[in-house]
Design a binder for this molecule. Sequence first.
Ligand SMILES: [Zn+2]
Length: 246
Amino acid sequence: MEFNKARNIIGLRVLSDNIIWLWVKDKSVVVVDPSVHEPVIRYINENNFQLEAILQTHHHSDHIGGTKSLIERWPSVKVIASSKEKKRIPFQNVSVEDGETLSILGEDVKIIEVLGHTSSHIAFFLNGENPVLFIGDTLFSGGCGRIFEGTYKQMYSSLDRIKSLPKNTLIYCAHEYTKGNILWALNLKPKDQDIKNKLLEVEKKLSLNELTIPFSLDEEMKINLFLRSKNLEEFTFLRANKDLWV
Ligand SMILES: [Zn+2]
């Protein structure tokens, strides 16, 4: 478990490299992309909390797999997902669109559509003094999501949208892929001091059994080759190159 003191966001590591994020306020919990249900139920029960809402960034099974069982346990829970995904995220009861703002745990949460990984991927942005972005599989530390359903152009535009957010935004992605991504980036830019420093930082955290996530947007813009790419051509080259790396 990892803690963000400003917001009380806890990461549960599940499956091989997924992270389920729990945003806790008072006794209420919002869960982001529950791939599985058991550790979520256990955590909430152990702490005597109540599940308020489930945020779904996209339809992949390692993001929605635990949702059905969580609804059975807490029937009044809100399941918030893209209105374009009523078939593939069938348990949604709050359907949202790009640009909409919802009130969750007393805070404004803005929906930002970030297409590319899937045809309807969304992110959840909490503004304020300590901004937070739940980004799902669109951006990872040192990497970005594979383009399964969208286009390179859509993913490039999605990264542009992320780059326009406040630079102190803490980004919570759904997979611990950081080390592999940094090794790939170093292979392409072996002399890049920022990326070399990032590898040391990541290896230290992993050796202490800590997550390398969240990461701040300003730090990420220094080391993420996808965020650093200057045009669509460069981005397309990098994404295709990364697809062959692993
Ligand atoms: Zn995915």
